[in-house]
Design a protein. Structure first.
Lengths: 459, 311
């Protein structure tokens, strides 16, 4: 890689920058410095906070009365808390895709998207951990996982890999921020006193020396390499929470790959949505360009086809055989109680976005954004379909149980908590973008200088 | 199988249980040492042989033996270990079941199971379209390869050396992975604070009695280890008027429903006993005898069925 030489040149640039490129980098800094919330931003934050508060109140009720406030019962013992957890874990995988896989394969256009992807990953992982605690009947005994942990249990594997993924993701968010801290501190008057104290606390040791860049680059490379297997682990292990049981719909060797492909799809969709929102909110048209939507659109198409492929394996092969145990489950999905939702997730979550994004016009920001929303919404319900219908098809018949054991529709507390967690994740992303530059400033300047250099070489 | 044989083995079974409880009663309580002569006890001259903790046979005057109403409390460690030398097994004779649900009633009553939930489920089964329906009481299978134990992250559900799978509700974190893993759907969850009588609520928790049940934890059929420790049969076995349930020790090769006692291996061989979902490899400790030569027609059980009552 020739990044090292470039870095040196940037460092020198900061000392003796030619006036033209200095003006350019100043413009970039001005554009990308964190901005105060406007009116819309305030409303957005207020709404999210309100939903979070309702969720917190619902959780208070759950702590007080027990899980009886949910509509989960002995047969449907896992509900939308768990499907929401799977959704969060899934969407967090995008951090590794955009940051690590693209970086290692030398994809340059993804630079402005790395921080968006990484903060989605971090906030999703945070709320995945929270929602799993919410699902516990005895959250106060969380420490038992460490005091009496059995390494044989897939839950312990999940705790280990999710913890590891969280730390790597945080570091991958933090290290590229270091050169930006220097810039942020330099523009004290624009960022404000309070935030500056935070920046200094987090990044004042960064002087931007050659040695520091070398260490930082090396660390980022190591993190990028390690995060890929860990990312595969978090979602494979999450799929094993289901695949290690005997239940029809879960007892599948396809599950790991099926979950991972779905995770990359929803992650890419999520990034498209976030790109569009940030671009609009912060007027970043110069940095998140149509080209980015074009490329991410293609990415979503590829991933949607991949996920569709695993879906075919997952549903049509058992449906070909129609084993007695599977048959009831599959007919419920294809033509029974869950059919509307099932076909919704297939069409809205996969096929329609593919159709939109296959066209060049469909890869323009607005239609791509709509396709991205479809992917994300479809993916959320898809997780619900993976969890709940299976539990309503036990191996021994459900008999002589109260009527509410035989059906499942989440209670208002469950909805409030699930929506609260989603709002919480969005709030975390929003606040992050308020405090830190959502598009890496230093790297953008660097890329700019590189293209300038190329131009001057040609001249 | 001769009647004599049955009677004899039953006596052995009960006797061994009694001896075990007497031994425990005799040696465990330091404060009330039974070997210390109390003033008002006169030696009767009749000696009883007992096994000491050191494994020696000792003779004690009968008058010094005191009845112990409640067995001394066991430590959590002992409860997790189980009763040494035992391998409990249950046989359920489907040809005798008419869905009376006395087993369920007794079980729910003794374990204070939450209304609407059951540890024993009596299922109306029909294996194929043209096959005969039958009633199938379903308990915890106490598998030798328990899927629930495999997935528990905190060792809250565990397999004891006597074959019983138990739950430690003081450790359970309520993740419900075991409920998802159990193919027999045997586990129930305490979704809310259990409504218990005051005296039950106040008694110290024991994995063997599964009492008092705790909010936010999983519970299930426990094979009544508190009863077996006293040499008694589980509540469902004694409650069934038709002798459907037979309980015993695999090592003694004996099972009993209270009225009759059988050699386990003979019973399974002669009546073609089987286990549920053998192909899953869970190796249950509960065996079923097929519903042939039935004592009652299937229809006689319909009056107790909720589904039937509704329609």
């Amino acid at each position: 890689m020739n990044t090292e030489n470039l870095k040196i040149s940037t460092v020198e640039n900061l000392i003796t920058t030619p006036p033209k490129s200095k003006a350019k980098s100043d413009e970039i800094i001005r554009d990308l410095l964190p901005q105060k919330f406007g009116r819309q931003g305030m409303i957005w934050v207020a709404v999210l906070t309100a939903i979070c508060c309702v969720g917190a109140f619902a959780y208070y009720r759950q702590l007080k009365h027990g899980l009886v406030v949910t509509n989960m019962r002995d047969y449907v013992s896992w509900g939308i808390y768990i499907s929401n957890f799977v959704f969060f874990v899934a969407i967090s995988l995008v951090g590794s895709l955009i940051t690590a896989i693209f970086r290692l394969s030398n994809v340059k256009w993804s630079t402005p998207l790395t921080r968006i992807a990484e903060i989605i990953a971090v906030s999703a992982i945070v709320f995945a951990s929270l929602i799993i605690i919410v699902d516990m009947g005895r959250p106060e005994r969380l420490l038992n996982l460490f005091l009496h942990g059995r390494i044989q249990s897939p839950i312990l594997w999940d705790v280990i890999v999710i913890g590891t993924y969280f730390f790597i993701s945080v570091l991958l968010l933090y290290f590229p921020l270091l050169p930006d801290f220097k810039i942020l501190i330099r523009f004290k008057e624009k960022t404000g006193k309070k935030l500056n104290r935070l920046y200094r606390f987090q990044g004042s040791f960064w002087k931007g020396t050659k040695e520091q860049f070398k260490i930082s680059d090396k660390s980022i490379n190591i993190l990028c390499i390690t995060i890929i297997p860990v990312a595969f682990c978090i979602h494979t292990v999450t799929s094993w929470l289901f695949a290690t049981t005997y239940r029809p719909g879960w007892d599948s060797t396809n599950f790991g790959a099926y979950f991972i492909s779905g995770a990359f799809l929803v992650g890419a969709g999520g990034v498209v949505v976030a790109m569009y929102m940030f671009r609009r909110a912060y007027r970043l048209e110069k940095y998140i360009t149509d080209m980015h939507f074009e490329k991410m659109g293609r990415m979503v198409v590829l991933l949607a086809f991949l996920y569709l492929y695993f879906n075919i394996n997952e549903y049509l092969i058992p449906a070909f055989k129609m084993k007695k145990m599977e048959a009831h489950h599959l007919t419920e999905l294809f033509a029974g109680e869950y059919a509307p939702l099932f076909w919704f997730t297939i069409f809205i979550g996969m096929i329609l976005p593919v159709i939109i994004l296959l066209f060049k016009k469909g890869r323009k920001p607005k239609p791509a954004f709509i396709a991205g929303v479809m992917v994300v919404v479809g993916a959320w319900f898809k997780r619900y379909l993976i969890v709940t219908p299976t539990l309503l098809n036990p191996l021994l018949p459900m008999q002589n149980v109260p009527e509410n054991f035989k059906h499942y529709f989440p209670s208002w507390e469950e909805w409030a908590i699930a929506m609260g967690s989603l709002s919480g994740a969005l709030l975390l992303i929003t606040l992050f973008a308020r405090i830190y530059p959502i598009i890496p400033i230093h790297e953008t300047i660097e890329e700019q200088n590189k293209t300038d250099e190329k131009i001057s070489l040609v001249e | 199988m001769s009647e004599n044989n049955n009677q004899k083995s039953r006596r052995e079974f009960l006797l061994s249980g009694l001896l075990a409880s007497a031994a425990v009663a005799g040696c465990s309580d330091d404060n009330d040492n039974p070997f210390v002569t109390e003033e008002n006890v006169a030696p009767s001259g009749e000696k009883v042989k007992l096994l000491s903790v050191n494994g020696e046979v000792i003779e004690v005057d009968k008058a010094f033996l005191k009845p112990v109403p409640n067995l001394p409390k066991l430590s959590n460690q002992e409860e997790r270990k189980g009763i040494p030398g035992k391998k409990f097994v249950m046989v359920i004779d489907l040809s005798r079941c008419k869905n009376l649900r006395k087993c369920q009633e007794a079980c729910n009553h003794m374990h204070h199971v939450h209304p609407g939930q059951n540890w024993i489920k009596i299922l109306s089964m029909q294996d194929g379209e043209n096959t005969a329906p039958y009633w199938q009481p379903t308990t915890c299978m106490h598998c030798d390869e328990p899927p629930c134990v495999k997935v528990c992250p905190v060792d809250a559900t565990f397999k004891r050396q006597d074959g019983i799978v138990l739950i430690d509700a003081n450790r359970c974190i309520g993740c419900r992975f075991c409920m998802a893993a159990c193919p027999y759907s045997t586990r129930v969850f305490n979704w809310e604070e259990p409504k218990l009588p005051k005296e039950v609520e106040e008694q110290p928790y024991s994995c063997e009695t599964s009492l008092p049940q705790k909010k936010g934890t999983v519970s299930k059929c426990d094979f009544c280890p508190d009863m077996t420790r006293q040499g008694k049969l589980p509540h469902c076995v004694t409650a069934c008027p038709n002798g459907v349930f037979m309980f015993g020790d695999m090592n003694e090769d004996t099972v009993s429903n209270g009225a009759e006692t059988f050699r386990f291996s003979d019973l399974i061989r002669d009546k073609a006993g089987y286990r549920l979902m053998e192909d899953l490899g869970t190796r249950p400790s509960v065996y079923y005898l097929p519903p042939v030569n039935r004592n009652f027609p299937y229809e006689s059980g319909l009056e107790n069925s909720d589904e039937h009552r509704k329609s």
